[in-house]
Every structure is written in C-alpha cells, then in structure tokens.
Design a protein around this ligand. Structure first.
Ligand code: FES
Length: 117
C-alpha cells in the first residue's frame, strides 16, 4: 500500500514521492511502498506501473529514450503518452497514473491506483 494521500484542498489524493532533482538525475525512480515508477521523460514527469504488462519484468531496470520506456527483458517498448506497447506484441498497454511537478517535488495521484490487475 502506498503512503497516505494528502486529503485537503486542491492537493487531495496527491502525495510527494521524490525530489525533482533526483528524478532528473536518475530518470526512473521507484515510488516507495508502491509498485509504481516515476519517469523523467522529455522535460516532464510520467507515472506508471512497475511490472511490465507483457511478462511482469521490472521496468525500474528499463531504459527511457525518445518518449518510450524499454523493457529490460524482451526490449519491447511503451509509449509514455498513452502506454501503448510496440506493435505486434501480445500485451495490454502500460498503465499510466496522474503525476505532476509541485515546486521541487514530484507528486502522484493515488485515487486512480488499484493494486493488482
Ligand atoms: S516482459 Fe516486458 S516486454 Fe516482455
């Protein structure tokens, strides 16, 4: 289970998960306590599930290039705008979650998060 969400005002449901500087330096950061990742992609932040929807490889070990996340096991890739996998792969899309930059922190909205598939 993820950390408890903020519950007041416009920030309801959003939690800070890492520093912006860290995300820029590391590109892919695991969200503590969740099977989610935050990714620095072309000047913006993306949040997604950690397990590859093809055969559950750990996407924290993947690579990001030109708007795509490459899986470390079979090298299929996911479009970080909509989660679509490389054409021809028998897999559902990568699940994406709301994420934003708030000052010097990266936050994700957990109301969309449903553990398991
Ligand atoms: S496990 Fe990720 S593409 Fe196969």
């Amino acid at each position: 289970m993820c950390a408890r969400p903020i519950s007041v005002g416009d920030d309801a449901g959003w939690i800070a998960v890492c520093d912006l500087d860290r995300l820029k330096a590391e590109t892919i950061v695991r969200v503590p306590g969740c099977d989610l990742l935050v990714i620095w992609n072309e000047g913006d932040v993306v949040a997604c599930e950690r397990a590859c929807p093809h055969e559950q490889a750990d996407l924290a070990l993947g690579q990001v290039s030109t708007g795509r996340l490459y899986c470390p096991r079979h090298a299929a890739s996911f479009d970080l705008r909509d989660g679509a996998i490389t054409a021809g792969w028998p897999s559902p899309p990568l699940r994406l979650y709301p994420a934003r930059i708030m000052g010097e922190k990266i936050s994700i909205e957990l109301q969309e998060w449903q553990p398991g598939r």
